[in-house]
Design a protein. Structure first.
Length: 289
């Protein structure tokens, strides 16, 4: 069991924070009269922001958007603008600045779900799990039927080892949607973390039958095999997951392969996998500011 505890923390599904760009944010005529500003300049800055973002120049896009915000656009637009600003900052690895942007957006509109979800995922990335759970609780208060929010909260409960609470969220999803395979993926991971390998294996058998080419399922089953000491089976599943994902493998999969390579004595390969995982988890170390 001790050995499995060393492996399982890498099992948790990556909660990567995405950038939710909205349509170009221009003020209506009515809004312009209630919040005077240079609307021509504002529109030009927003267009420049999107152009720079689309070509991957996130620093320039951030600068254009920050300048647009300084023009004091209508209050109804500011939460969305600040959310986008936080997303651009995240793409540059500026976690602290992104957190400030998301929090500022929520201070203006506490019920803006996209921004709160972004902030919750950022808290997870920063390992600030209590803060993340607070944001997920507020999201579910506003959107109690949302499976994504409930599933992500269950994953955070796994990180905090509050397994009963994770199970409660996963059960709620299944009760409301008996066909949810995502919740069963979470259940298989939960049972692995609890050391209930027979139950986990039964769930993975069901999932691989339903989703034979799903990399997340293969990664989860490989983790279970690693916990059981079945390295050959784990190696097979990890290889298949990488093949399915091509160049889009998440940090968790690289870390799992690093763990496997370490147990096999492949220290060079393990070090390379860990390096790649850290690059994916910490873009600020590889992205120019």
């Amino acid at each position: 069991m001790t050995r499995s505890r060393q492996i399982i923390p890498f099992a948790l599904i990556a909660l990567c924070v995405g950038l939710f760009f909205l349509t170009p944010l221009r003020a209506s005529a009515q809004e312009q009269t209630t919040a005077p500003m240079d609307s021509t300049r504002y529109t030009r800055l927003i267009d420049s922001c999107f152009t720079a973002g689309n070509r991957g120049d996130y620093a320039a896009a951030e600068a254009f958007l920050a300048e647009a915000l300084r023009l004091n656009p209508p209050a109804s637009l500011q939460p969305m603008l600040l959310n986008n600003l936080g997303g651009l900052q995240l793409l540059q690895g500026k976690d602290d600045a992104a957190l400030l942007s998301f929090s500022s957006a929520l201070s203006k509109d506490p019920h803006e779900a996209t921004t709160r979800f972004n902030r919750a995922k950022l808290f997870v990335q920063r390992k600030e799990y209590k803060a993340a759970l607070t944001d997920f609780a507020l999201l579910l208060s506003d959107h109690p039927k949302n499976e994504l929010y409930r599933y992500q909260r269950a994953m955070v409960y796994l990180l905090t080892k509050e397994y009963d609470l994770a199970e409660a969220d996963l059960k709620t999803i299944i009760e409301e949607n008996d066909g949810s395979l995502k919740a069963r993926i979470g259940y298989a991971l939960l049972e692995t973390m609890r050391g209930r390998y027979d139950e986990a294996e039964r769930l993975y058998a069901f999932l691989t039958d339903k989703l034979p080419k799903n990399a997340e399922v293969l990664e989860g089953r490989a983790r279970m095999y690693m916990a059981k000491g079945m390295r050959g089976f784990a190696q097979r599943d990890i290889r298949q997951a990488f093949e399915l994902l091509g160049g889009r493998a998440p940090a968790t999969l690289y870390r799992l392969r690093a763990e496997l390579n370490t147990t096999l004595g492949n220290t060079k390969e393990a070090a390379e996998d860990l390096r790649r995982a850290e690059e994916l988890e910490n873009p600020k170390n590889t992205t120019k500011r």
